[in-house]
Design a protein around this ligand. Structure first.
Ligand code: HEC
Ligand code: HEC
Length: 204
């Protein structure tokens, strides 16, 4: 078994989100994340629709605290209370937006490598299977291991690069930093492309 990544009590907030209140707080978010939380594929603005609420709240907390760096995101959430963050998380978590079709081209060899990394990992190179934490369907695990299936390819590769450079270092237990540092450029491109073509969580 892989080490436990993030016990629920390690989250900054275990507050129950109120999505109706969250809806009132996202007006300024739509220009980048879209009215449906669909994000923008070609410029690495992440899809938020259907993502786990506690995960989203934790990320916003990290942007505000400065442990995950992105100036626009710090500015967007810096005045929100922890309850507001939980509410916004609950709002996006409940969204039923259909996936944006990926424009990443299938490639037999790369797709095979991506599926190997997701399902088995690469023991010879010390790479844990993505599915062991994110689920073998890539749909994430409550409360705070995010879905990666159906996320935008550009965003997936950006985030893996951020961990490699030490720019994103807020994850509890640092599970992803360790994984990211073992991935080469070919693997990152293969994973980003293949994952972006998989289905995100189905509408609830
Ligand atoms: C100017 C564009 C912009 C605006 C406005 C913006 N965001 Fe973001 N957001 C981004 C980008 C870009 C990222 C990816 C950051 C990175 O590279 O780490 C992001 C990341 C996030 C994440 C992390 C998602 C994940 O999967 O880890 C959350 C949650 C989020 N934004 C919520 C919001 C909310 C809520 C608002 C409004 C209050 C908002 N954003 C406003 C551009 C924006
Ligand atoms: C040991 C558990 C573990 C393994 C194995 C793992 N991840 Fe993760 N991953 C996480 C956790 C936990 C997070 C959330 C980090 C945080 O809170 O900032 C995450 C976050 C991510 C994100 C960012 C999602 C977002 O919305 O910002 C991507 C992309 C990702 N993982 C891809 C992968 C890929 C690809 C693999 C396989 C090569 C993998 N992960 C293997 C635990 C893991």
């Amino acid at each position: 078994m892989w080490p436990l990544v993030a016990p629920a009590d390690a989250l900054p907030s275990a507050l129950i989100g109120n999505s109706a209140h969250g809806a009132q707080l996202v007006g300024a978010c739509n220009s980048c994340h879209g009215k449906g939380g669909e994000g923008v594929a070609n410029i690495a603005f992440p899809r938020l629709a259907g993502q786990l609420g506690p995960y989203l709240a934790a990320q916003m907390h990290d942007f505000a605290a400065g442990t995950r760096h992105r100036a626009v995101m710090k500015f967007a959430v810096k005045d929100m209370s922890e309850q507001d963050l939980a509410d916004v998380g609950a709002y996006y978590a409940a969204m039923n937006t259909p996936p944006t079709p990926s424009t990443a081209a299938p490639d037999a060899a790369k797709d095979q490598r991506a599926m190997q990394l997701v399902n088995q990992g690469d023991a010879a190179n010390g790479i844990a299977a993505c599915g062991s934490c994110h689920g073998f369907d890539g749909l994430g695990r409550a409360p705070d291991v995010p879905y990666i299936a159906g996320q935008h390819a550009s965003y997936i590769s950006d985030q893996i690069n951020s961990w490699q450079m030490g720019d994103r270092h807020s994850d509890r237990g640092l599970a992803m930093a360790a994984v990211a540092k073992k991935l080469g450029a070919y693997d990152i491109a293969a994973l980003a492309s293949w994952l972006s073509r998989q289905a995100p969580p189905a509408p609830k």
